[in-house]
Design a protein around this ligand. Structure first.
Ligand code: NAD
Length: 511
């Protein structure tokens, strides 16, 4: 059965869009949303056509002039109420996340918490938007820069963080005075819809935040709309690259974050118990469906590898897997049956190419959830650089162990990989840690921290083919991304001064 259908089955809800402060009913195409723990369709979601996008753009365009002139401190007050509502409705939001994504409820709480931190940061927008002033730049001349909003900004987001990744974008874009159109993942769109209603309830004027649900056809419409000034995208690398090329060619400002293959280096002097604990959460949390997930453990020295693999094997075999509604589980299901098939085929390729499958999660059955998209944790040892399980982003609970002789060999491996999102090193030696963090070609680096996801007041982004564009998401980079600098030069001479015409280029007087 094709996921996209012209008319949904009777009796199944269809999620519409959120435009101008109202839920807009679905028209036209829709697609199935599954509960990954049961494997059953839970609802349909509308796929926006040109008419729906037009409504959203019109609403955002109409709201912009007044919103851009709303004082930042007033915008912050709305954001503050929004933060309080997000906390008040956290259970409902997390239930939406778990029902459609599958992740364990505690993990959903973690993602929502990280999103709320960005809202908290955005509450400081008066401070963040302060310009830069130069008094007496010349005789009677003052100069300053101010940061003006761009206009309508769009965000296109992936399935794996249905609340947090949209919140990497819209709170700061809106705090900066822009209006926003979000196109969430069609796999798990409900959390965004609930969040949009809470933002309205917090006092956000209609049209400032809009949601168009949709798929790649909706994305095309967004990219082709000249009224949309900028696009923030997060998703897989090939799509990020194509969106970056297409949207920049038409003059939009774009940041497009792509996929990842994150390596953890385990040095012989590391505290191995702590390293393995950290690796377990980073590799298997959220079923490995995180762009910062550790998918490669690079063990430095034979003895380190033997010790790490022994500990990991024991732990991976004991992972507790089941529906995300049971918070005693370590890991829920994958997002779709297609993802399950893709990961199974990677495991077969790994075996064909000669890796050693130390833990095989393929036979896992979760009683009562036989049709859910579950797979057990998998551990590959003796993985080499040429294997597709090493090269490709698998995006599932598969950890590959690569054995190397020394730190430089580990670093060459990481630096040569096409992705450069996150990495980490486990060591007790400060000099080693400093050498690694200084020379590694990766955007986010952890030292004895397996998931070095920056806090809200820093910014998040990768290097190489993990990010197309110049500015990271959230934090100070987002304030720059969502604003345009305007530099003013102003002269107020005393009324008794008359200046002669000058034909040389204006410059500061030399003493
Ligand atoms: P995806 O690329 O399939 O989809 C992302 C978005 O693009 C969705 O909204 C989807 O509707 C849209 N889309 C899908 N196909 C499209 C097409 N052909 N043209 C235009 N738009 C299209 O990604 P996903 O499977 O939802 O998410 C997983 C991927 O996202 C992984 O590669 C992961 O590493 C990446 N990711 C990266 C980061 C990061 O910060 N770098 C964060 C989260 C996820």
């Amino acid at each position: 059965m094709s996921r996209v259908e012209a008319a949904p089955a009777p009796g199944i809800d269809i999620l519409g869009h959120y435009i101008n402060g109202n839920v807009v009913a679905a028209t036209g195409r829709s697609t199935a949303v599954f509960n990954p723990a049961t494997g059953r369709v839970s609802k349909q979601v509308a796929l926006a056509d040109a008419d729906i996008l037009e409504q959203a753009v019109f609403a955002a365009q109409t709201a912009f002039p007044s919103w851009r002139h709303t004082p930042p401190q007033k915008r912050a007050q709305i954001l503050f109420r929004f933060k309080q509502l997000l906390e008040e409705y956290a259970d409902e939001i997390c239930q939406c996340i778990t029902a459609e994504h599958g992740k364990v409820l505690d993990d959903a709480r973690g993602e929502l918490g990280r999103g709320i931190e960005v809202v908290e940061y955005a509450c400081g927008i008066s401070e963040l938007l302060k310009g830069e002033h130069s008094k007496n730049a010349g005789p009677d001349i003052d100069s300053w820069s101010e940061f003006q909003p761009l206009g309508i900004v769009a965000g296109i987001t992936p399935f794996n963080f249905p609340a947090m990744v949209p919140m990497w974008m819209f709170p700061l874009a809106i705090a900066c005075g822009n209006t926003f159109i979000l196109k969430p993942s069609e796999r798990d769109p409900s959390a965004s819809m609930l969040i949009a209603e809470l933002f309205s309830k917090a006092g956000l004027p209609d049209g400032v935040f809009n949601i168009v649900n949709g798929d790649r056809i909706t994305v095309e419409l967004i990219l082709n709309d000249e009224r949309i000034e900028a696009v923030s995208f997060v998703g897989s690398t090939l799509i990020a690259e194509s969106i970056y090329k297409q949207a920049t060619a038409s003059g939009k400002r774009v940041q497009a974050l792509g996929g990842a293959k994150n390596h953890a280096v385990i040095m012989p002097d590391a505290d191995l118990d702590n390293a393995v604990n950290a690796l377990m959460g980073a590799a298997f949390g959220s079923c490995g469906e995180r762009c910062m997930a550790i998918s490669v453990a690079v063990c430095v020295s034979f003895e380190t590898a033997e010790q790490v693999v022994k500990r990991l094997k024991n732990r991976v075999e004991k992972l507790k897997i089941g529906p995300g509604t049971d918070t005693s589980n370590d890991m829920g299901p994958l997002i779709t049956s297609e993802a399950l098939q893709r990961i199974r085929s990677y495991i077969e390729k790994g075996l064909e190419q000669g890796a050693e499958l130390s833990v095989d999660g393929r036979e896992l059955v979760v009683p009562g959830h036989e049709d859910g998209f579950f797979i057990g944790g998998c551990l590959f040892d003796e993985v080499t650089e040429d294997m597709s399980i090493y090269q490709d982003e698998i995006f599932g609970p598969v950890l590959c162990v690569v054995r190397v002789e020394n730190l430089d060999e580990a670093m060459v491996l990481i630096n040569q990989h096409e992705y450069g999102n996150g990495t980490c090193i486990f060591t007790r030696d400060g000099e080693t840690a400093r050498y690694f963090s200084d020379n590694i070609k990766v955007g986010m680096v952890g030292v004895n921290v397996a998931l070095p996801v920056p806090i809200a007041s820093q910014s998040f982004g990768g290097w190489k083919r993990s990010l197309f564009g110049d500015l990271y998401v959230y934090g100070p980079d987002a304030v720059r991304f969502y604003t345009r600098r305007k530099t003013m030069t102003q002269r107020w001479p005393a009324s008794d001064k008359t200046e002669k015409a000058k034909f040389s280029f204006p410059s500061s007087p030399q003493s």
